[in-house]
Ligand binder design. Structure first.
Ligand SMILES: [Zn+2]
Ligand SMILES: [Zn+2]
Length: 444
């Protein structure tokens, strides 16, 4: 490519929406007049709101990029809310956005790499006491391959159920110590029956569904295989048909994956496609101080290069495609955006459809908010992109709950009204307290 040609391409790219574009943008007319999203904004009937609560990857996380997480809210009577992945530090963004743990009650994990689920023990452990989740948490995630001991006597299936059993062990001191001041603890720490293991090989399997297909306000979350290092990674597709509409609003989330045919089939026609995108080999080498071989291993073995994403967008034709799981490094931004544009163009040329469809693409950032709305069933879907302002609150986010009426049992109410409870707030030193003589070694 000549230098001139390359420059004109760069200009074309720069004129597209890029990182941190806070203006109201949409596929149709902008449905939101404000440039910024302020937490607490009401969701209109029939409107879907998708917030990127974390767009980092691996251990590439920091104050401005938490581990991957997507929060989805539906403007319906049930006030449905869904969480996809809970990577490291994403809970800070949920707090800053004023999302209480009671709204994070359906968590869908794409695969069991820690950059996608490491905040889960924290959410599980704090939900029922300083949080406001007084009921069982619902966790959904993939099954996995079975690994055997060396003598092949015993196998462990590396799926979500195995991981959650481990998580309950991991948090046992915490949950035991909080049991006496955790309202509804018996129920809220009990996950029996609430962990749904999804067959990672299933194509278009159902992870969650509410309402029948012919009923209004139908929500279905499907899953399909992702291709990511070893077996046991999946992608998700959420379809919601708002009341009075005859077509669903569709969100697709890739999780981590190499480019694959499952995405072309089951991810097609999304209104919003949130897809992982690998940085270039050069960016990984420079940014992570990696050798070329190491960079190839990271990008080519397990992730989707930018030009492949361009091709996926051309083939699946989402309303808007958004990159996640990529470092927000200004030095690598150009190659990322250029790569997507080039892949899209090349794919369109080889399909003989160049110039027929525009590329609607956005680099996702933490706290980027998308509103998807369709006022009536005949209106075109509008997608609005905004950045959110932040609330740095000094207290946990909780919805107002009447603890004594709704959550505590009578004996708890009696205790917390009693002089004994008030005495306990004086904080007088009582010396070490041990449960029994066997452990009370200092006193013997
Ligand atoms: Zn990842
Ligand atoms: Zn991964």
């Amino acid at each position: 490519m000549t230098a001139d040609k390359k420059n004109s391409k760069v200009e074309a790219v720069v004129s597209q929406r890029t990182l941190n574009s806070s203006e109201s943008t949409s596929l149709g007319a902008g449905s939101k007049s404000s440039m910024w999203f302020y937490p607490g904004e009401e969701l209109a009937d029939g409107e879907m709101r998708v917030t990127l609560m974390g767009t980092g990857w691996g251990n590439v996380v920091g104050p401005s990029q938490k581990g991957p997480s997507i929060f989805v809210e539906l403007g319906n009577a049930r006030k449905d809310a869904f969480v996809f992945d809970v990577g490291p530090g994403c809970i800070l963004n949920y707090n800053a956005m004023g999302i209480p743990m009671s709204r994070m009650n359906h968590i869908f994990i794409s695969h069991l790499h820690m950059d996608h689920c490491s905040d889960l023990p924290f959410i599980y452990a704090f939900g029922p006491n300083l949080g406001d989740r007084f009921k069982k948490l619902n966790i959904y995630g993939p099954s996995g391959p079975t690994v055997y001991k060396e003598d092949e006597s015993e196998g462990t299936q590396l799926g979500i159920k195995n991981m959650i059993e481990g998580m309950q062990q991991f948090t046992q001191w915490h949950t035991t110590s909080f049991a006496s001041m955790t309202y509804g603890a018996d129920e809220s720490y009990n996950l029996e029956g609430n962990v749904t293991e999804l067959d990672y090989r299933a194509c278009g399997g159902t992870a969650y569904e509410t309402g029948g297909e012919d009923e209004e306000d139908h929500v279905i979350i499907k899953h399909f295989p992702a291709v990511h290092i070893i077996d046991g990674a999946i992608s998700y597709r959420l379809e919601w048909t708002p009341k009075g509409h005859d077509k669903p609003i569709v969100l697709v989330y890739s999780g981590d994956t190499l480019p694959n045919d499952f995405m072309l089939e089951y991810g097609a026609g999304a209104d919003l496609l949130v897809h992982e995108t690998a940085p270039s080999i050069d960016a990984v080498m420079n940014g992570a101080n990696a050798t070329e071989e190491e960079a190839y291993a990271i990008v080519s073995n397990s992730h989707t290069p930018a030009n492949s994403l361009g091709s996926i967008i051309q083939k699946t034709k989402p309303g808007l495609a958004v990159t996640t799981h990529s470092p927000m490094d200004p030095r690598s931004m150009e190659s990322l955006i250029m790569g997507v544009h080039e892949g899209f163009q090349e794919s369109a040329v080889s399909a003989g459809v160049a110039g027929t469809t525009p590329l609607n693409y956005q680099v996702g950032a933490d706290l980027m908010v998308f509103n998807l709305s369709k006022p009536t069933k005949d209106d075109p879907l509008e997608v609005t992109t905004r950045m959110s302002s932040l609330i740095d609150r000094p207290w946990p986010v909780r919805e107002k709950v009447n603890l004594s009426e709704d959550i505590m049992d009578d004996s708890e109410v009696d205790y917390y009204k009693s002089a004994e409870a008030y005495d306990a707030t004086t904080n007088e030193s009582k010396g070490p307290v041990f449960a029994d003589e066997d452990t009370n070694t200092t006193a013997s």
